[in-house]
Design a protein around this ligand. Structure first.
Ligand code: GSH
Length: 235
């Protein structure tokens, strides 16, 4: 049996993406949690694993894979079923398009919202947050249109697109809830789950929440749930 390990920071959306993918593919692995509050990702020991000091990092025997999408591709190639990148060319294209759009247009504005909220500086960054919230609402609107014809974000089945988009959106939702409804409403972000702003988004969210629920005992064992007193990744 090969040595399989995942370095992660609790509360990190990209790590959550990879953990979901590992569970979907049924891989057993040793979780290696780095404590962000102690900046364990910057220790010399970890910098030999990833010189960028970033997680997630997957170890499979003597192979080290950094970068979320590279890890997803590796998992999918090693264990093709269930497929994360579709079967037909059109499905594969839509999945990659969705991942690229999430990385290029959604992650940035979500970071501009979640970073100040995480630091309790929401009011100081009110204008930045309002601008970013408008962009996030626009992107969610496009996903909403997509979901008017398919049960999952990029087609009829769970795919890498869902595993990337869901933790990204969930991160800002969790931050808003943690900081109070007033804050979220002030910035024009729907209070409560972002996905629940419409029936279709709610359904997609529930699809993934179902996956999350089925997998949660395994994920909790792997330390996904943040121990009291630790800080989540600022994202
Ligand atoms: N491009 C990387 C980004 C990963 C990333 O943003 N990782 C964050 C976790 S939220 C991290 O390692 N932060 C620690 C740091 O930069 O000190 C990927 O897609 O895997």
């Amino acid at each position: 049996m090969s040595k399989r390990e995942l370095y992660f920071i609790s509360g990190s959306p990209p790590c959550w993406t990879v953990m979901l993918a590992l569970e979907v593919k049924g891989w057993n692995y040793r979780p290696r949690r780095l404590d962000n509050s102690k900046r364990e990702q910057n220790t010399s020991a970890f910098l030999t694993v990833n010189p960028r000091g970033q997680v997630p990092v997957l170890i499979d025997s003597d192979l080290t894979v950094c970068e979320t999408t590279a890890i997803l591709c590796y998992l999918d190639t090693e264990t093709p079923t269930p497929p994360l990148f579709g079967g037909r060319p059109a499905e594969t294209a839509l999945i990659w398009q969705t991942i690229a759009e999430c990385n290029d247009y959604l992650q940035g504005p979500i970071g501009e919202i979640s970073r100040p909220l995480f630091r309790g500086k929401g009011v100081d960054f009110k204008d930045q947050i309002a601008d970013a919230a408008a962009k996030v609402r626009g992107e969610l609107g496009l996903l909403e249109v997509r979901l008017s014809s398919t049960p999952w974000i990029a087609g009829d089945a769970l795919s890498a697109a869902d595993l990337v988009v869901y933790p990204t959106v969930d991160a800002v939702d969790a931050r808003c809830r943690a900081r109070g409804r007033g804050n979220a409403q002030l910035f024009g972000i729907p209070a409560g789950p972002v996905f629940s702003q419409s029936r279709r988004m709610k359904r997609a969210h529930q699809n993934l929440a179902g996956v999350r629920q089925r997998l949660s005992p395994a994920l909790e064992m792997k330390g996904l749930r943040r121990p009291a007193g630790t800080r989540p990744c600022p994202g």
